[in-house]
Design a protein around this ligand. Structure first.
Ligand SMILES: [Zn+2]
Length: 113
């Protein structure tokens, strides 16, 4: 019996270890012990208006008209915002909106798509 974890690729139990790397003889998949461990979530969890967890690179829509400070522009409700970046400030989303450019939004005013 193998004491090693089953292959994450094909679930084979005939995996073996070689120099800190696990190898599956059935599908030739190789992985390290570290990669097989669950990733610990650290730091703040960002949630949208509906309570969904947000991550870097997510696409969201704006849930209400947002007036731009110091300009007449308004980001309309329903505007799609692609590839958001989460930052640790009051406006916790950095993003780029077509027609407006770089922008900071609050996660409470968006909803994950
Ligand atoms: Zn395999």
């Amino acid at each position: 019996m193998s004491a090693f974890p089953p292959c994450p690729n094909c679930s084979s139990e005939f995996t073996y270890e070689d120099g800190g790397i696990y190898i599956c003889p059935e599908c030739a998949h190789e992985w390290s012990e570290q990669a097989a461990m669950p990733i610990e979530v650290v730091g703040k969890v960002y949630r949208d208006s509906a309570g969904n967890v947000l991550q870097d690179g997510d696409t969201v829509t704006v849930i209400k008209d947002l007036k731009l400070k110091g300009s007449a522009g308004v980001i309309k409700m329903g505007t799609k915002v692609k590839n958001i970046r989460l930052v640790g400030s009051d406006h916790d989303i950095d993003c780029k909106i077509d027609g407006f450019g770089a922008m900071s939004l609050k996660s409470e005013f968006v909803k994950k798509v």
